[in-house]
Design a protein around this ligand. Structure first.
Ligand code: FES
Length: 904
């Protein structure tokens, strides 16, 4: 028996002393505010205070905690400093998805308890043990500074309309530990499911007597492909090439072959090498070059191992002008892991229903409606017999657009109708089995004339799509459109090809291949500018695509193309930083500083495909409710959509309630990806709110000129109507519901055989400059500063927009300098490194608001743009500092050091 004092209360527990404190807190005491991101002391999400200090609860045996005071996130609000920290995080926008936030707050609480007025360096040191994948850390540091400065956190009195810095409408739960992520709401009576995965990259498989094994270990079930009605899933309707459970052959290390279902302690205790599976190793294909050349086919029906191949051809009447500058180069990248701090998790149950049993799945996801339809397909049930209830999502970045635990839970729940079934991936399992950023091999040639105007762009981007299609077709079709960069180029010939290999599937990851393409076109822009002796920023300014220009696909830009404005905003910093760097380098022989620039553009939403979102807003005696099928994965869409609705309805955002994500209760808003929720779902909200206004006019027979004002009194919604200077009140009838519906599908056109068409209705633009310091002896690169100018159309909420850009910059920094996922080698967060708070540069965001007439309030999207320009800016800065152009990412220190040594 162990006496444990947690948040001032003593519990006597009958637990093994070696049990992890995190498990005791979550499972025995139901304090699920303490999160588990890695169970290895790497991510810090489980940080609590033990005897005054901060510690990772996941690697602390509970036996060490008897007789000492433990404080968790649930206890923080009882302390004045804790409450103030929570308020500061809320005001500053320091929590995005919120999965790291309890750990961050506990670490910050530890610091401020010891050092009430810390320096920035002390803050970084104190919080260094907690990883955040969303925020870029800057707003977290600001929140701690804000709190430490002794200022009272101001009450927010804003209406929360468009343009205001409204704190997250769903933010409080992220700060007090009450938010329920995928692993947090699992019913006590749930059976647990453990997926058994291939330890081989490729192998033939055969099962022994699984029924005997099931009995011998007293578990409920071992699921295999035989239990799955349709053993294939995938993103595209015509490509269901990934089996739920492999049959006969596994095609990547980490592929599922079967799943154990039973009591948690029993299935966790099983030694998986004891399961009767015979593995016969087969030679795998790795890498694009091998896949292209090999006789072996990953899928028998895919000749040449090609998943998809296509491109864009655009010619111009003056083609053939003699170039004054031309460059050819090749860019290569590796797999990159999403590394969201919340591993995949959820639970499901079979629900009896008059029209046939249903399956209800509670899961962390970016795309509930796609999940619903995909589970329905696997289960061979009608879609309305599947209900997806999204939990809070602890980061996605594209990785939670594919199914993970979903089909396993659905199949298990169907076979165990009497109780729920839960599954929580371990960190290594999450990393080994889920999608990654596509490795690329891009060749690109560009040319420009003597006046510094671009003439041609020819490129071929090859991608490693892994064993199954996932989002490979999206990447391979999006990249040829974006391969020119955000520039006006008369002659374009670009191509994208995705190849199958025996690696885990490559999928969606913030940018869909455009970040890799940007490394290529920005290196070419630097090279041509240097050849022409034109300043690198000026060269981009001359070529920036503007309103009136046509894109690579022949699409005429008619509005909101603000790259030139971004570059103009950055120019003073660009010049000042160059002057500063020159002075520094003159005095430092071993440390060299450099300044680089990267530009990007990004088509918002699906490529040349219908892309609708439908929103519903109701008014009844209880008030206004926004029914939104758009899930907020931390990027702030709950807040943004609420602000848009509040703005149109002219009521405070605080008066809008939300029902979000549940496929039984909302309309399909499409997936949270491709930077589309603000632009597409935001427009749908705007239309729904306008529709509600129109319905109110019709209901009360008001003229168009009457100004309708909604006043919400407790339990009584009244409408105030102003017309001709007079105002009258009209209460709603009992039980009356008035609803507005809005649907928006961005106007796009299909591309023809030459890739010509209008694949996107809106484009975001950005330019970023980076200042780096390279240690010539060590090959290390430290990014000191990034200034990011983004044309977002309209910043619905500047705090949220800045947070997206900060987070994107850190992920771009990781792509450039440190992140390399190696199957079988880097399957945890101590081998796979992501940027820590100590890696974060000082970031400045300049918001350019070149309004898009299609977007809600003029807004576009910003989720992916934050990342895309960063790596090119860093690589350009390294070249400026050292003279070495790195075209392979990540630029690890030993690689850069080797390149430096080769310099003459
Ligand atoms: Fe830090 Fe999402 S807010 S990981």
């Amino acid at each position: 028996m162990i006496a444990l004092t947690v948040n001032g209360k003593t519990h006597t527990l009958d637990v093994l002393p070696v049990k992890r404190l995190a498990d005791v807190l979550r499972d025995d005491l139901k304090l699920t505010g303490t999160k588990i991101g890695c169970n290895a002391g790497d991510c810090g999400a489980c940080t609590v205070r033990i005897a005054g200090g901060q510690a990772c609860a996941c690697i602390t045996p509970v036996g060490q905690c008897g007789g000492v005071e433990i404080v968790t996130i649930e206890g923080l609000a009882h302390d004045p400093l804790g409450a103030k920290l929570q308020a500061a995080f809320h005001t500053c926008g320091a929590a995005q998805c919120g999965i790291c936030t309890p750990g961050m707050l506990m670490a910050a609480h530890d610091l401020l308890s010891r050092r009430p007025h810390p320096t920035q360096r002390e803050i970084e040191d104190a919080l260094a043990g907690v990883l955040c994948r969303c925020t870029g850390y800057q707003k977290i540091i600001e929140a701690v500074q804000f709190c430490a400065a002794g200022y009272a956190v101001p009450a927010v009195e804003a209406l929360g309309h468009i343009g205001e810095r409204l704190p997250k409408v769903d933010g409080i739960a992220k700060l007090n530990g009450s938010e329920r992520f995928g692993a947090d709401g699992i019913p006590d009576n749930a059976r647990w499911l453990r997926v058994i995965r291939s330890p081989h990259h490729r192998a033939a498989i055969a099962f022994g007597d699984l029924i005997a094994f099931t009995k011998a270990h007293s578990i409920d079930l071992i699921l295999t492909a035989a239990h799955v009605p349709r053993n294939g899933f995938g993103i595209y309707p015509t490509i269901k090439d990934q089996p739920v459970f492999a049959v006969d052959e596994v095609k990547f290390r980490g592929e599922a072959v079967c799943a154990l279902v039973g009591r948690r302690d029993r299935i966790e205790a099983i030694d998986e090498t004891a399961i009767p599976i015979t593995w016969t190793h087969l030679p795998p294909l790795f890498g694009i070059a091998d896949s292209e050349r090999a006789q072996t086919l990953v899928h028998a029906a895919q000749s040449g191992n090609v998943l998809i191949d296509g491109g864009v051809n655009k010619s111009a009447p003056n083609a053939g002008e003699i170039p004054a500058a031309q460059i050819s180069l090749r860019v290569q990248s590796t797999f990159v892991e999403h590394a969201y701090i919340e591993p995949e998790a959820g639970w499901a149950q079979r629900i009896a229903s008059e029209n046939g049993d249903r399956i209800e799945i509670h899961v962390s996801t970016q795309t509930p409606y796609m999940d619903r339809d995909e589970v329905a397909s696997v289960m061979q049930l009608a879609s309305d017999r599947i209900r997806i209830v999204p939990t809070a999502c602890g980061g996605g970045f594209g990785g939670k657009l594919d199914m993970a635990v979903h089909p396993y839970l659905a199949v298990a729940a169907w076979h165990l109708p009497d109780r729920p079934v839960a599954c929580v991936y371990t960190r290594p399992e999450s990393m080994a089995s889920t999608t990654k950023r596509h490795p690329c091999d891009i060749t690109l040639a560009m040319s420009a004339n003597a006046q510094g105007k671009l003439l041609t762009c020819i490129s071929h981007a090859k991608f490693d799509t892994g064993a199954y299609a996932s989002w490979g077709p999206t990447v391979a079709t999006r990249v040829p459109i974006h391969a020119t960069g955000p520039y006006a180029v008369p002659v374009v010939k670009t191509r994208g090809t995705a190849f199958y290999t025996h690696c885990h599937p490559s999928g969606a990851f913030r940018g869909f291949g455009v970040p890799q393409a940007a490394i290529a076109h920005e290196a070419a822009m630097d090279g041509m500018a240097d050849q022409l002796k034109i300043d690198r920023l000026e060269f981009r300014y001359r070529n920036a695509i503007r309103v009136g220009d046509t894109t690579a696909t022949g699409q005429l830009l008619t509005a909101s193309a603000g790259l030139d404005q971004c570059l103009a905003a950055l120019r003073p910093r660009w010049l000042a930083w160059h002057a500063e760097v020159a002075l520094f380098n003159a005095a430092n022989p071993h440390l060299r500083r450099g300044v680089g620039i990267g530009c990007m553009w990004y088509g918002i939403g699906n490529t040349s495909l219908s892309n609708p979102s439908t929103m519903r807003i109701t008014l009844d005696a209880q008030g206004i409710t926004l029914y939104s099928g758009a899930v907020d994965i931390g990027q702030g869409s709950n807040t943004i959509l609420t602000q848009i609705a509040a703005d149109v309805l002219e009521i405070p955002a605080a008066q809008i309630r939300r029902v979000t994500g549940d496929t039984d209760l909302t309309h399909d808003a499409g997936k949270t990806s491709a930077s589309r929720q603000t632009f597409v779902s935001g427009k749908a909200v705007e239309l729904a709110a306008l529709d509600l206004r129109a319905k109110l006019r019709a209901r009360f027979q008001l003229t168009e000129s009457s100004h309708v004002r909604i006043s919400l009194l407790p339990n009584l919604a009244s409408i105030f109507v102003s017309a001709n200077g007079a105002t009258r009140e009209i209460p709603l009838a009992a039980g009356e519901i008035i609803e507005g519906i809005g649907t928006f599908d961005p106007p796009t056109t299909p591309q023809d055989a030459n890739g010509q068409g209008s694949p996107y209705a809106s484009y975001a633009f950005a330019a970023q400059i980076a200042l780096v310091e390279v240690d010539l002896d060590l090959g290390t690169t430290k990014v000191l500063r990034v200034a990011a100018a983004h044309d977002v159309g309209r910043a619905i909420n500047p705090t949220q927009v800045e947070g997206q850009i900060h987070g994107g910059i850190l992920q771009g920094l990781g792509l450039a300098l440190m992140e390399a996922y190696v199957p079988g080698k880097t399957e945890n967060l101590h081998d796979y490194l992501i940027p820590t708070i100590g890696d974060a540069p000082q970031m400045e965001v300049l918001l350019i608001e070149d309004r898009d007439p299609l977007g809600p309030g003029g807004a576009k999207g910003v989720g992916e743009p934050g990342l895309i320009a960063t790596a090119p800016a860093i690589l350009g800065a390294i070249e400026h500092a050292t003279g070495v152009r790195m075209l392979q990412v990540p630029v690890l220190p030993h690689v850069l050091r080797a390149a430096l040594l080769k310099q003459p």
